[in-house]
Structure formats: C-alpha cells, structure tokens
Design a protein around this ligand. Structure first.
Ligand SMILES: CC(C)(COP(=O)(O)OP(=O)(O)OC[C@H]1O[C@@H](n2cnc3c(N)ncnc32)[C@H](O)[C@@H]1OP(=O)(O)O)[C@@H](O)C(=O)NCCC(=O)NCCS
Length: 172
C-alpha cells in the first residue's frame, strides 16, 4: 500500500462548475470519515482503516468540494477512498474501498468525476488498474463506474449483505 502511495501522482485539482476535485489533505480526513459514517447508518470506518487513511489518505482519498462562485471551497460533497486488499496485491490493482456523495449533491456527476480523477492519480503509480465491489441493486454507482470504464469481472453472493454484488475492474 505504502509503496503505491509513494508513487502516486499529484494532478492539479480539477474544477467543474461549482465543484473542485482533488486529493484530500489532513484537514479533510475527519470530514471524510464523518461522511462515510453518515452514509453507513452512523457506523464508522474501523480503527485500522482509519489509521491507514490517516497515514496514506493524502495520497489515496479523492474529495469533491462544493465551491462558491469565486472558487472558494464551501463544504465536502463527496469522497472516494482507496486501499489495497490481498487480491489487489496479487492482481496489481488498487481498490476503491468506498465512494459516497452527500445526499444533497447526488445526481450531479460527482461520483463519475471523482472516479475519473482517481484514474489520473493512480495511473503511473505502478498499478495496472482499479478494482471495486458494487451491489447489483446500486444502479447509480454501477452507471457511474461503467461510464468510467469499469467492467464486471465476476458476480458473487455477499453473505454479509445478503445480496449479489459485482467485482469490477478498470484496467489502465
Ligand atoms: C452511488 C453514488 C456514489 C452515486 O453518486 P452520484 O454523484 O449521484 O453519481 P453520478 O451523478 O456520477 O452518476 C450516477 C448516475 O446514475 C443515475 N442514477 C442514480 N440513481 C439511480 C437509480 N436509482 N436508477 C437509475 N439511475 C440512477 C444518475 O441519474 C446518474 O446518471 P446520469 O448522469 O445519466 O443522470 C451516491 O448515490 C451515493 O453516495 N450513494 C450512497 C453510498 C453508496 O451507495 N456508495 C457506493 C458504494 S459502491
């Protein structure tokens, strides 16, 4: 994980309408963790993941910030968090562990833009692509991922969530 993080590029923030897409800084981490919890019925990221993101999030968390008409950031609108699982280590990918957009900002293309920005960040970091797990019924996330070039590698039944999910990959 840390080997990949060391090679991650730092593309200039991308501005699009009233939003800015960029890599998270230390001051963003707690807001990212809070948004994660908000979108998980109040359940926080586990302590190990928080620790990993606190150390590497400056390379592996992408944020979408709402901006005012002068380009000044107002608030966190979306977050896209990456790490490396065992399977990623074997397959030389980095995993999109969570993508989430605050409900009031949904449907504005933010997930799609964060995924596009993530590709810029991780291309050249020594990985061959990005993996993700998306539930069959998550139409919005699937649409955004497919738009960004993710393809289904396998479909499986998730015993924890009791639903079918897709393992997807985008190859650079
Ligand atoms: C899934 C999620 C990240 C999508 O974020 P977003 O910024 O709204 O996504 P985008 O606007 O980039 O793209 C979503 C697309 O799916 C469409 N969509 C969203 N929900 C839909 C639904 N229920 N049925 C059909 N289409 C849907 C949107 O209209 C949009 O398509 P369009 O651009 O053609 O209009 C966001 O809804 C979210 O945070 N959900 C809760 C957490 C979550 O499920 N995370 C994903 C885990 S894999």
């Amino acid at each position: 994980m840390f080997l990949v993080a060391r090679k991650v590029g730092r593309p200039a923030p991308r501005k699009e309408k009233n939003y800015k897409f960029r890599i998270a800084g230390k001051k963003d981490f707690n807001k990212c963790f809070d948004l994660y919890a908000d979108l998980h019925k109040g359940n926080n990221l586990n302590k190990l993941r928080k620790l990993v993101f606190t150390v590497s999030g400056g390379k592996t968390i992408i944020v979408a910030m709402q901006c005012d008409c002068n380009g000044k950031e107002i608030m966190l609108a979306g977050v896209d968090m990456y790490y490396i699982n065992d399977r990623d280590a074997r397959e030389n990918t980095i995993h999109e562990g969570f993508i989430g957009v605050a409900p009031e900002f949904e449907g504005n293309g933010l997930a799609t833009e964060m995924r596009a920005f993530a590709s810029k960040v991780f291309q050249g970091a020594g990985v061959s692509g990005i993996s993700s797990r998306i539930s069959e019924d998550n139409v919005g996330s699937l649409k955004s991922a497919r738009r960004q070039g993710f393809c289904v590698v396998e479909k499986y039944f998730d015993q924890t969530d009791k639903k079918y999910r897709y393992y997807m990959k985008k190859t650079f």
